[in-house]
Design a protein. Structure first.
Length: 390
């Protein structure tokens, strides 16, 4: 499905949105200046109307999710002291540090045998003891035990880390991981690409150009990936637009991104939150919705915009379905990384909870595979269930 969006200019209260609305109506690409206007206008409902119109033209009322399971095999990370926004990582001998054996990974993954899990989402720290062999052994074992489960694993930052410790190119690391069972890559580790921002929040982490470079290498091999942006810390509006422009440019070049997922910064239990005096104050719902909606409008070459309910809550995710979002985080089972920095959400969701959330927004739930192809739709729920809160 892809029709022209139906835009009602009279629903845009801020006149500055009118020329943007005309462009959206004509299917014209938005400029960086337009994106800055979308981030600055107080007319959130106007931005939402535009994003919703574009989303409806692409996807109608269908909202997808995956039956996935997160596995975080190690929280040991060499950047523990320098990624100041992170509350998950530990030094090797620090209290709470862990690295799963392959048997422990298999034990955690065993839930997939009697659940509906179709995708393992595997990310962790930059652990000097977790090199290429650790992951190739893990992926082979997972595929042997769960041959039908897709492996979406290792951020660009982790791929580059393995390359560094094994003295291999990104491409060679990716080829070896693919041979062992890696199917696609997640989009984490992007943070905000701006060098000035990285100097403050993650000065030793893989830079923005290299994050793009690893994804370019993956796409060249036919490995599809997601991408993200961490917002709500020290970045400016211009930093956000620069970041989105880099993602849009790579998508023009390769077409390899499956989805864009804005990630809200959580200030608890990390050094940056203390420095900023922000503990206990997460991003606002207004900014969460705006980031999703601007992603839908500016990233015109992306099919899928996803809301991560773990970071922004299930209630806000339900509202986001009217702000350009067509996909939501799935069942997850046991999330650890954002719960380490104060996320108050559940660690997983049942199928019934996901269906109730989507139907409660007047949308049609559909389960998808890891390539965003619909694999199952659901009978309409009885009226009493449709009206229930998520
Ligand atoms: S954000 Fe990632 S790379 Fe940085 S300290 Fe945390 S786990 Fe390590």
């Amino acid at each position: 499905m892809s029709a022209m969006p139906t835009i009602h200019l009279d629903r845009l209260r801020d006149g500055a949105l009118h020329p943007i609305g005309e462009k959206v109506r004509r299917g014209e690409r938005l400029s960086a200046v337009d994106a800055i206007t979308l981030f600055r206008t107080p007319d959130l409902l106007g931005v939402g109307h535009l994003a919703d119109a574009v989303n409806r033209a692409k996807h109608g009322d269908v909202v997808t999710f995956a039956s996935n399971q997160h596995i975080n095999p190690t929280n040991v990370c060499v950047l523990r002291k320098t990624c100041v926004f992170c509350g998950y990582a530990r030094l090797p001998k620090e209290e709470g540090a862990y690295r799963y054996s392959i048997e422990q990974v298999l034990a955690e993954a065993a839930q997939a045998s009697d659940s509906m899990t179709r995708e393992f989402h595997i990310v962790g720290g930059l652990d000097m003891q977790a090199g290429l062999g650790y992951y190739t052994t893990m992926f082979r074992a997972l595929k042997a035990a769960h041959p039908l489960v897709h492996i979406k694993a290792l951020t660009a930052v982790e791929i580059a880390h393995i390359g560094r410790i094994e003295k291999m190119s990104w491409t060679d690391v990716l080829i070896a991981l693919r041979e062992a069972g890696l199917d696609t890559m997640p989009g984490g580790g992007a943070e905000t690409f701006s060098a000035a921002v990285r100097d403050v929040i993650a000065d030793r982490k893989l830079g923005g150009a290299d994050y793009i470079g690893v994804h370019r290498a993956a796409h060249a091999l036919g490995i599809r990936s997601n991408c993200t942006m961490l917002y709500g810390h020290v970045e400016t509006i211009e930093d956000r637009v620069e970041h989105l422009t880099m993602l849009r440019d790579l998508q023009d070049e390769t077409g390899g991104f499956l989805a864009y997922i804005p990630l809200a910064y959580h200030p608890d239990d990390n050094a940056l939150g203390v420095t900023l005096g922000r503990q206990g104050t997460s991003t606002t719902g207004f900014d969460d919705l705006r980031n999703l909606a601007v992603g839908r409008l500016y990233l015109d070459n992306f099919q899928h915009i996803k809301s991560h309910w773990i970071m922004v809550s299930t209630a806000l995710t339900q509202i986001a379905l009217a702000f350009g979002v067509n996909d939501i985080e799935g069942t997850v089972v046991r999330e650890k990384i954002y719960h380490a920095v104060g996320a108050q959400t559940q660690q997983g969701m049942s199928l019934q909870e996901l269906l109730r959330l989507i139907r409660g927004a007047g949308k049609e739930p559909a389960e998808r595979d890891s390539f965003y192809r619909v694999i199952r739709t659901f009978e309409a729920a009885p009226a009493a269930v449709v009206g229930a809160a998520a």
